[in-house]
Design a protein. Structure first.
Ligand code: 5GP
Ligand code: ZN
Length: 177
């Protein structure tokens, strides 16, 4: 396959997933696109604010930076020290990030949480990562929230607990296993 063919595939952009209407890259394209990224052909998505922040084109309060990631303070913090891990390459979210970058992001989260806990004197941490609008994603460039927690703080990340019914349990186990 030539570069021209690869770019043609790329230009066709996102399509809609048949099952749940979420935007997704069709099977096989992720591999093609990740190959292009590795070859330096695709790095950024035009008009993506986090691509520009990660590249340093827009200034940010940067806590850490390496070849793969930039870690910045969130502009609308849930608590003091709320930070975001942002890969320098553009991935919409967990559905299309490559496995190595996802794994490296979690390894970096562990390092940052240890360091930040010491620095901030917080009592715990939430790692939050939203995927698609219905799940609260507002910036469509993969990122992980690191939210320091302080005893008695008013950060609200909870949900009302339901009940795992026998029907749901059977249905889900049958579908997944
Ligand atoms: P999401 O809702 O997509 O999971 O999270 C997006 C986060 O990015 C929000 O917490 C929001 O405050 C933060 N954010 C949005 N735009 C900017 C920006 O330009 N700079 C910084 N530092 N944070 C931003
Ligand atoms: Zn981006």
């Amino acid at each position: 396959m030539t570069d021209f063919d690869l770019l043609f595939f790329l230009k066709m952009g996102y399509t809609t997933n048949r099952n749940n209407n979420r935007p997704s890259i069709p099977d096989g394209w992720t591999v093609i696109i990740n190959n292009l990224r590795k070859r330096g052909i695709v790095m950024k998505e035009k008009d993506c604010i986090f691509c520009k922040i990660a590249a340093g084109e827009i200034p940010s309060a940067t806590l850490y930076e390496d070849d793969e990631f930039r870690v910045i303070l969130d502009l609308g913090p849930a608590s003091k020290g709320h930070a975001l891990i942002i890969p320098k390459e553009h991935y919409r979210n967990l559905y299309d990030i490559d496995e190595k970058t996802a794994a490296d992001a979690m390894i970096l989260a562990k390092k940052m949480v240890l360091k930040m806990t010491d620095a901030l004197g917080c009592d715990g941490y939430n790692i939050v990562q939203n995927n698609e609008e219905c799940a609260g994603q507002t910036v469509f460039h993969f990122h992980m929230h690191m939210i320091p927690r302080y005893k008695g703080d008013k950060v609200g990340l909870g949900w009302h607990t339901g009940e795992l019914t026998d029907e749901d349990k059977k249905e889900i186990l049958d579908k997944i296993r």
